[in-house]
Ligand binder design. Structure first.
Ligand SMILES: Cc1cc2nc3c(=O)[nH]c(=O)nc-3n(C[C@H](O)[C@H](O)[C@H](O)COP(=O)(O)O)c2cc1C
Length: 302
């Protein structure tokens, strides 16, 4: 049952609750997207998809740390044509589906966005921020390039969300966020994983095949919160928080910082697919008579 006080709007898009499946976790097939939707998520985001299929990096590709995961998947995906079929399956199950895309150049983003739009997805998330995939993280650190990519995708009829990197200093991040807003982005997502590594003392070598990867989970929640808080003060479009959400309290913290919704990825490891339902129940109990939308940005009040 979806609690009334958890309904939110991201622009014109209505969400039955503010929890979204984060890109890259269980988002490769229509069946798994449906499973997450059926388990109670307010929306599901596909694995980031490119024009052509990609194998990703050699293993090991994931390592556990005391407070989260480091992954260097390298954006493996089956390519857009195959993913469009999976999105159709997820849509047919009644889910709210967001297609995450990345390209090698501006016109590739536009091409992918057009295809995601036509297949009936509810929104597009532009991944401008994977910390371990060639030049991708640098797009979201560059205000001009970010603007160009968004403008190129704005022919699409559905909302454009922009996922920015957390590993940029605040004045620059604010510039990028403002530039995204000016270019017509409908929401900003903060944050992707943060650059990190792990070393094996026995072999005296880095553990990940790609040497470095991206840190996710509870370790990055305080950083995600700060980024949302800072950006909320400077832009008027909705913000979606990501990083370390595992409980209703985690979600409420992001809402108070200024997020209108949150993405959950690594939290699935801890609480299984029940995480969406549990986060919602815990948040709803905390809110009691209040509505989640009334708390957005409340931590900024004097
Ligand atoms: C294994 C793994 C794969 C990921 N793949 C993607 C991806 O394809 N595209 C993307 O934008 N983010 C990707 N992410 C980042 C997540 O979407 C999310 O931003 C990040 O993990 C922080 O949220 P969390 O702490 O709830 O996991 C990935 C994260 C993990 C752990």
């Amino acid at each position: 049952m979806q609690k009334e006080n958890l309904h939110v709007h991201l622009g014109d898009l209505h969400l039955r609750n503010p929890t979204l499946l984060a890109a890259g976790i269980m988002g490769l097939t229509g069946a798994s997207l449906k499973r997450v939707w059926d388990s109670g998520a307010g929306g599901v985001i596909t694995k980031s998809v490119s024009k052509e299929a990609r194998e990703g990096y050699s293993g090991p590709r994931v390592v556990e740390t005391p407070c989260g995961l480091i992954n260097s998947m390298g954006l493996p995906n089956p390519g857009i044509e195959s993913m469009l079929e999976e999105i159709k399956i997820a849509k047919d199950s009644g889910g709210l589906v967001i297609g995450s895309i990345f390209g090698n150049e501006v016109k590739e983003f536009a091409e992918l966005a057009g295809k995601i739009d036509k297949v009936g997805a509810d929104a597009i998330e532009l991944n401008l921020s994977c910390p371990h995939a060639e030049n991708l993280s640098t797009i979201g650190q560059n205000p001009k390039l970010t603007k160009k990519v968004i403008e190129a995708c704005k022919d699409s009829e559905i909302p454009i969300w922009v996922k920015l990197p957390g590993n940029t200093h605040i004045p620059n991040l604010i510039e990028v966020a403002k530039s995204a807003e000016k270019a017509g982005a409908d929401a900003i997502v903060l944050t992707n994983t943060l650059p990190a590594m792990s070393i094996d003392v026995t072999s005296e070598r880095p553990i990940l095949g790609n040497i470095t990867g991206g840190l996710s989970g509870p370790a990055i929640k305080p950083i995600g919160l700060r980024l949302v808080y800072e950006v909320y003060e400077k832009v008027d479009i909705p913000i979606i928080g990501a990083g370390g959400v595992e409980s209703g309290k985690d979600m409420i913290e992001y809402i108070l910082a200024g997020a209108s919704a949150v993405e959950i990825g690594t939290g699935i490891m801890k609480r299984d697919l029940d995480v969406f339902k549990k986060v919602c129940e815990e948040a709803s109990t905390f809110l009691d008579e209040r509505k989640v939308k009334d708390l957005v940005g409340s931590a900024h009040k004097n």
